[in-house]
Design a protein around this ligand. Structure first.
Ligand SMILES: Cc1ncc(C[n+]2csc(CCOP(=O)(O)OP(=O)(O)O)c2C)c(N)n1
Ligand SMILES: [Mg+2]
Length: 297
C-alpha cells in the first residue's frame, strides 16, 4: 500500500488547487446556509500544501497506520479541511454540498468517526495539540516514522491547555510533532483595532513576541508567509528535517489574513462566519475563477 506525496506539483498547481478549495468553502457554506468562512480561507493554502505536497497519506487507505497525522484543532474551520480532503480524493467533491446536514458525514465540526481522512475530532478549542502530542509520543514508543501535524488558531492559543502541551512536548523530545499556528490576526469578536493591529479588531497575539516565547519553551520556531507556497513548502521541509534529529518539536508561525482570497471577506472579523448573498457569491465566483478553464465543474 503506497503512501504517496504528490510532490511533483508546482507552486502554481498548488495555488490553483487552493483557489478551487476557497471556492468550495464559500459555495458550500452558502448552500448549507451556515458555516465559517474567514478561518478556513486563512488556513487553506497551508492545508493544501500539507495534503498535496507534504504529508505521506493515501486517500484510498485513510486508516493506514503509517500515515502522517493531521489534527485541525481549530475545528470550526472544518469546511476548509473537507474541501481539501475532497479535492485530494478522500470522498466526492459533490458530497461537500451535504455539509452540516444532520445525516451527513461532513458535520459542522470534524468527527473522526464519520469522515474519511479526519484523524481527530475537534471543535472545542484548545485540545488538538494535546492529542497530537499523544500521537507523536505513540509514534516514538512504537518506533514508527509518521509525522504529526496540528493546526491551531491565534485566538485558540489563548486557551491554557495549549500551553500545557507547549511546555510538555519538548520534555518528551517530540521532534516528530509540528504545530502550525494560523496567525490571521483575528478571532470571532474582540476589541476594536488599536495601534499596530492589522485588521478591524485587536490581534489576539499582537502583543506577544511568539517566536521568542515559543523558542524559550524549547521549540524550533519557523516563521512563514502562510499564503506564499514557496515559503510554506520551505517551512514544512525544514520542520520535517528536524524529525529524529533535533530532539525538539517545531512550530510554524503562519502569517495569514483571515478571509484571504475574497475581497469582501478579507481582513474582517465579520466574516468569521456568515452566509453570502447571491450577489456576494457571484463576486466570489468571479474572483476565484480558474484562470485556465473558467469555472470549476
Ligand atoms: C473552548 C471553546 N470556546 C469558544 C469556542 C467558540 N469559538 C469558535 S471559533 C472562535 C474564535 C477562534 O479564533 P481563532 O482561533 O483565531 O480562529 P480563526 O481566526 O482561525 O477562525 C471561538 C471563540 C469554541 N469553539 N471552543
Ligand atoms: Mg484567528
Amino acid at each position: 500500500m503506497s503512501l504517496s506525496i504528490e510532490n511533483d506539483l508546482t507552486t502554481a498547481n498548488l495555488a490553483n488547487i487552493a483557489q478551487e478549495a476557497r471556492w468550495r468553502v464559500i459555495e458550500t457554506v452558502t448552500s448549507s446556509k451556515a458555516g465559517h468562512v474567514g478561518g478556513p480561507l486563512s488556513a487553506i493554502d497551508m492545508l493544501v500544501a500539507l495534503y498535496f505536497h507534504q504529508m505521506r497519506v493515501d486517500p484510498a487507505s485513510p486508516q493506514n497506520p503509517d500515515r502522517d497525522r493531521f489534527i485541525l484543532s481549530k475545528g470550526h474551520c472544518a469546511i476548509g479541511l473537507y474541501s481539501v480532503l475532497a479535492l485530494r480524493g478522500y470522498f466526492p467533491v459533490a458530497e461537500l454540498l451535504t455539509f452540516d446536514h444532520g445525516d451527513s458525514r461532513l458535520q459542522g465540526h470534524p468527527d473522526m468517526l464519520l469522515t474519511p481522512g479526519v484523524d481527530s475530532s475537534s471543535g472545542s478549542l484548545g485540545q488538538g495539540l494535546s492529542a497530537g502530542a499523544g500521537m507523536a509520543l505513540a509514534a516514538k514508543r512504537l518506533g514508527k516514522e509518521f509525522h504529526t501535524w496540528v493546526m491551531v488558531g491565534d485566538g485558540e492559543i489563548e486557551e491554557g491547555m495549549v500551553w500545557e502541551t507547549i511546555i510538555a512536548a519538548p520534555r518528551y523530545g517530540l521532534d516528530n510533532l509540528t504545530l502550525v499556528i494560523d496567525l490571521n490576526g483575528l478571532q470571532q469578536y474582540g476589541w476594536p483595532a488599536g495601534k499596530g493591529d492589522r485588521f478591524d479588531r485587536s490581534e489576539p497575539m499582537g502583543h506577544v513576541d511568539l517566536p521568542a516565547v515559543l523558542g524559550g519553551f524549547g521549540w524550533n520556531v519557523i516563521s512563514i508567509d502562510g499564503h506564499d507556497f514557496n515559503d510554506i513548502l520551505a517551512g514544512y521541509a525544514r520542520a520535517e528535517e528536524h524529525r529524529g534529529v533535533s530532539g525538539k518539536p517545531t512550530v510554524i508561525i503562519g502569517n495569514t489574513t483571515k478571509g484571504n482570497g475574497i475581497s469582501f471577506t478579507s481582513g474582517t472579523y465579520k466574516w468569521h462566519n456568515g452566509v453570502a448573498t447571491p450577489e456576494q457569491l457571484e463576486t466570489a465566483r468571479a474572483e476565484l475563477r480558474d484562470t485556465e478553464t473558467g469555472m470549476y465543474a
